[in-house]
Design a protein around this ligand. Structure first.
Ligand SMILES: NC(=O)c1ccc[n+]([C@@H]2O[C@H](COP(=O)([O-])OP(=O)(O)OC[C@H]3O[C@@H](n4cnc5c(N)ncnc54)[C@H](O)[C@@H]3O)[C@@H](O)[C@H]2O)c1
Length: 276
């Protein structure tokens, strides 16, 4: 049996939040390269316009839209507009996310993990906590809700959320808002999967390990950080956005029809523990 037609996403209408950079950009690129029509939605107006025009220049059907996922009315408008242009919405990547700040970034330096900072919890501000939850958890909820409104009447849809390996690990308070949000998204994904299965809509999550993107001010581009992290990864290297594309295409395509409510970890084996 030749299953290649099961991966056909030609003509699919797709939205990707956080689509101007990193993993979201990779999701958008791979779907468009396989014939889908893609709207990259991002807070960063300049970056999303630049990426959309780069991909249009390569002959792909990609447009950019500016919206902050914490502004649910603006997010609804961006998703409704994409669905109206395409006349359908088949796939939504609920992906936009930020890390939780300087302490969290420091934790990736690799030397001593987990690193405990005295008083870190007491110093954790409402502002920092709420911002991370608002983007990384509430933004995912609002994206899935807006997408489901378009998918349910057509009895088809793929909702793919980006969680994190961090959802399955526990570190001290410096990273707690991020980890709480990602674990919350995983739980939400399970609930959405149960609710929408009757309508041919699947909900799954991609849980990346360490990928070189612009998150956290771009610390992942630092070769010293990469080398330190790679030591703990059985595949002995960090991930690149290209590494996630095949999984994104699979989950977005008809091929994943019988898979829902799953969180797929893609991390070179980091979750297995140290390789040394
Ligand atoms: N890079 C990793 O190692 C890694 C690991 C696990 C999970 N993740 C998750 O992957 C997702 C994508 O992150 P990335 O690593 O590609 O980072 P990135 O910073 O390269 O890309 C994130 C994009 O989201 C956009 N964004 C941020 N806040 C937004 C908002 N409020 N509204 C709309 N857009 C917003 C940014 O402008 C940026 O373009 C995040 O949810 C992140 O938590 C990343």
């Amino acid at each position: 049996m030749n299953v290649s037609s099961r991966f056909d996403v030609t003509g699919f209408g797709v939205v990707v939040t956080g689509g101007a950079s990193g993993l979201g950009l990779a999701y958008g690129e791979v779907l468009a390269a396989h014939g889908a029509r893609v709207t990259l939605i991002d807070l960063d107006a300049e970056a999303v316009a630049a990426q959309a025009s780069r991909l249009q220049g390569a002959g792909l059907d990609v447009r950019g839209a500016t919206a902050d996922v914490t502004d649910h009315a603006a997010l609804d408008r961006a998703i409704d507009e994409a669905a109206a242009i395409y006349g359908r919405l088949d796939v939504a990547f609920a992906n936009a996310g930020i890390d939780s700040g300087v302490g969290f970034v420091g934790a990736w330096a690799g030397a001593e993990r987990p690193r405990v900072e005295e008083g870190a919890l007491e110093r954790y501000t409402d502002e920092r906590w709420n911002r991370v939850i608002d983007i990384n958890l509430n933004g995912i909820f609002a994206t899935a809700r807006a997408a489901a409104r378009h998918m349910r009447p057509r009895r088809f849809g793929r909702i793919i959320m980006t969680t994190s390996l961090a959802a399955t690990t526990v570190e001290p308070a410096i990273g707690s808002a991020y980890m709480a949000a990602k674990a919350g998204v995983r739980h939400f994904m399970h609930a959405v999967a149960l609710e929408l299965a009757a309508y041919g809509i699947t909900a799954n999550a991609i849980a990346p390990g360490f990928f070189v993107t612009n998150i956290g001010g771009g610390h992942a581009h630092n070769p010293d950080v990469q080398a330190a992290v790679a030591k703990d990864i059985p595949m002995h290297r960090v991930g690149r956005p290209d590494d996630i594309k095949a999984l994104a295409l699979f989950l977005a395509s008809p091929a994943s029809e019988y898979i829902t409510g799953q969180e797929i970890v893609i991390d070179g084996g980091w979750g297995l523990g140290g390789a040394d």
